[in-house]
Design a protein around this ligand. Structure first.
Ligand code: ARG
Length: 466
């Protein structure tokens, strides 16, 4: 066994052990490859902790200054990419403390007074997620602005609206884009909500029971940007609700992106040709020279699986885990980091791709005009103008559809005489009623697809997203 004071052995708990951890144990136990991403949160947490210890006269000014000096050096090294992480020191907390000891000597040992890695890791993790929330929020907002610009240009571009992926009723492309803006807006609300509940500081809860030192948890909480300290030390170190909420919010947002990605794949397909995705976000085929594949959209469609997977993994880790801290909780970070990385990339790519899509208005409108898409409008017209029951009107229009089908044309191509054969009340107004323009224009109920309504919603969003 090597000399314990050499710090080759584990700095934090080496005193109680007489032999080194095995290599495979080190491999299993070490989390530094993952949690080094919390390095700044960890250093900042330590800075505020030691400042508080000094104010409370728990450590001397000299020790505090020394620690602050050391932490500053470490921060700079990390910023310059010069900090060397070592698996031997398990995780980010011990790597920093070991380095601090190398820099300032035994004064480093005072930093861990009145805290444990259990409250430290919970604090770091919350601060990391808080930053991630800010970043994702910004990326979602960028998408919203891009979608809004598309909606604005296409507030009256008519396309078929679908149910069951069957042409249902004409809508406007702008309206369809606004649907995603609503979804993104809820994603942002959820992120805000996660942050609001998360923002209580666990630091000072120590291992699980609190501490006998006269610490000021309100001060560290405030200085680390939290709203208040957590109120139960056991809960503080075992709670990972905030990570579950984050992953669930990320899963929902990724699901939205995936649904849109699927629509893009459909819209670029030969049968639709509604849009074109730019070269920068398309790929070719190694064998078929004519191919142009929407890989970006397909990968966004698929990547959601990685994110929802992390949510279920964390649920599985937490299920049945007794209070308070167990090492199982160390597995939470890689899930959250990976979900964040995937979602962040998905949002960036979606934004880039959408900024460059071309909308083929002719094809959109042509598709909107097919498949008796305004049949409901004609039935509604009979109800409104001739006081027919809706059932009777439905039946009349049904017969007309049958007729048109037998002639291989759409309703609007039938002669007036054909209409009148089935119902003598029909006049040439039917052609106006059956037009897709009329169909969208009259759907001016609040939140409806009429260009006038869509324009109003666009104006509202423009103000909100400034
Ligand atoms: N690396 C650990 C984690 O991420 C830090 C907490 C360790 N606590 C302990 N009691 N071993 O969970």
């Amino acid at each position: 066994m090597s000399d314990k004071s050499s710090h080759d052995m584990n700095l934090m708990w080496g005193g109680r052990f007489s032999s080194q951890t095995s290599n495979i144990m080190e491999k299993l136990n070490s989390s530094i490859d993952t949690d080094h991403r919390m390095v700044f949160q960890d250093i900042n947490g330590s800075i505020e902790h030691v400042k508080m210890l000094r104010l409370q006269k728990i450590v001397s000014s000299k020790v505090c200054d020394n620690i602050l000096r050391g932490l500053k050096i470490i921060k700079n090294e990390v910023k310059k990419g010069k900090f060397e992480y070592s698996k031997k020191f398990e995780d980010i907390h011990m790597n920093i403390e070991k380095k601090l000891h190398d820099l300032i000597g035994d004064d480093a040992g005072y930093l861990h007074t009145a805290r444990s890695r259990n409250d430290q890791v919970a604090t770091d993790f919350k601060m990391w997620i808080r930053d991630a929330i800010g970043d994702l929020d910004l990326k979602i907002k960028k998408n919203m602005k891009t979608f809004l610009a598309i909606a604005d240009k296409n507030f009256n571009s008519i396309m078929p609206g679908f149910t069951h992926l069957q042409s249902a009723q004409p809508v406007t492309f702008g309206h369809h884009m606004l649907a995603y803006i609503e979804m993104f807006s809820r994603d942002r609300d959820r992120l805000y909500d996660v942050k609001k509940r998360l923002n209580e500081c666990p630091l000072g809860s120590a291992a699980l029971a609190g501490t006998s030192f006269p610490i000021d948890r309100f001060l560290t909480s405030k200085n680390l940007g939290f709203d208040r300290p957590t109120a139960n030390s056991i809960d503080s170190v075992s709670d990972r609700d905030f990570a579950l909420e984050f992953l669930s919010t990320a899963s929902i947002c990724a699901t939205h992106l995936s649904r849109l990605a699927e629509e893009l794949v459909i819209w670029v397909s030969d049968g639709f040709k509604f849009i074109k995705i730019s070269d920068r976000f398309s790929t070719g085929s190694s064998i078929m020279p004519q191919k142009r594949n929407p890989d970006a959209a397909e990968l966004i469609r698929a990547k959601v699986a990685n994110i929802t997977g992390t949510l279920f993994s964390l649920f599985t880790i937490l299920k049945g885990l007794p209070l308070a801290y167990s090492k199982d909780l160390q597995e939470d970070k890689k899930l959250v980091f990976s979900a964040y990385d995937n979602l962040s990339l998905m949002l960036e790519v979606m934004n880039g791709m959408m900024k460059e899509i071309t909308i083929n208005k002719q094809f959109l409108k042509k598709a909107a005009k097919s498949r008796f898409i305004t049949a409901t409008d004609l039935a509604d017209y009979l109800v409104t103008n001739f006081n027919y029951s809706f059932r009777k009107s439905h039946n009349i229009v049904g017969k007309l559809v049958l007729k048109a089908e037998s002639l291989g044309c759409d309703l609007i191509n039938l002669e007036l005489a054909e209409f009148q054969k089935i119902n003598p009340d029909f006049d040439k107004n039917v052609y106006k009623i059956l037009s897709v323009e009329n169909s969208v224009n009259i759907r001016s109920s609040y939140g409806g697809t009429s260009p006038s309504e869509v324009k109003k919603r666009i104006r509202e969003w423009q103000k909100k997203l400034k």
